[in-house]
Design a binder for this molecule. Structure first.
Ligand code: URA
Length: 206
């Protein structure tokens, strides 16, 4: 097993404590219908953090972020840059699955501002623990939580902004949007997504 230096041990301890506290979070009503809190996962000693919107059906059941179809796209992108998922930290702006039951299916519902705000302290704590060199905001909800304002993604994708704590945030689309588009458009859109994320390759080499 890889030896951790004392500061890294501190990070790991802080992470474990925050995850335990988040498991009992009642800051908004979303916990009531969700299976569990889905806290961030991966390396806590890493230059790269990816932030999505909220767990989906698969993530809610597994208790891990980005393990469903959108997560497979994230894995594909990372592997194209030669990066293993376990070497980055992935999380979400909102840590409970918000959905509407439709027969046996649980259909995703976009979290509203007060739910994003209620969950924000957890995201800020994750940023404090990991202290990444770059945060990727995957879509509008992540961008809104990280930058505390609403920013049109398509006009700003590939650009970097700073959080209040001074952490750079690179904006891009949410990978699930690729799954929703007509298959004829998907390859070109995937390429644009890769282009947005090009800075992460160099980041992970240092
Ligand atoms: N979409 C997200 O934003 N996050 C996940 O963890 C899964 C799907």
């Amino acid at each position: 097993m890889r030896q951790l230096s004392p500061p890294q041990e501190n990070q790991s301890r802080h992470f474990a404590g925050a995850k335990l506290r988040a498991a009992k979070c009642r800051n908004c009503p979303l916990w009531e219908n969700a299976t569990q809190t889905v806290f961030g996962a991966g390396a806590v000693v890493t230059p790269l953090m990816l932030v999505g919107e909220q767990p989906g059906d698969k993530e809610d059941r597994a208790g891990l972020p980005f393990v469903g179809p959108a997560g497979h796209i994230v894995d594909r992108v990372l592997s194209q840059f030669g990066i293993a998922r376990e070497n980055v930290y992935t999380t979400n702006a909102v840590k409970h699955f918000k959905y509407q039951q439709s027969g046996k299916r649980r259909l995703h519902k976009t979290p509203v501002q007060r739910e994003i705000e209620a969950c924000r302290p957890w995201l800020l704590e994750e940023i404090e623990i990991v202290n990444p060199k770059l945060i990727i905001a995957l879509g509008a909800t992540a961008a809104r939580s990280l930058l505390q304002r609403s920013i049109p993604i398509h006009a700003n994708r590939g650009k970097q902004f700073l959080t209040a704590s001074g952490h750079p945030v690179l904006l891009t689309i949410h990978p699930a949007s690729l799954l929703r588009m007509p298959s004829a458009d998907r390859d070109a859109a995937y390429q644009l997504f890769l282009d947005d994320l090009a800075p992460i390759k160099k980041l992970m080499l240092h």
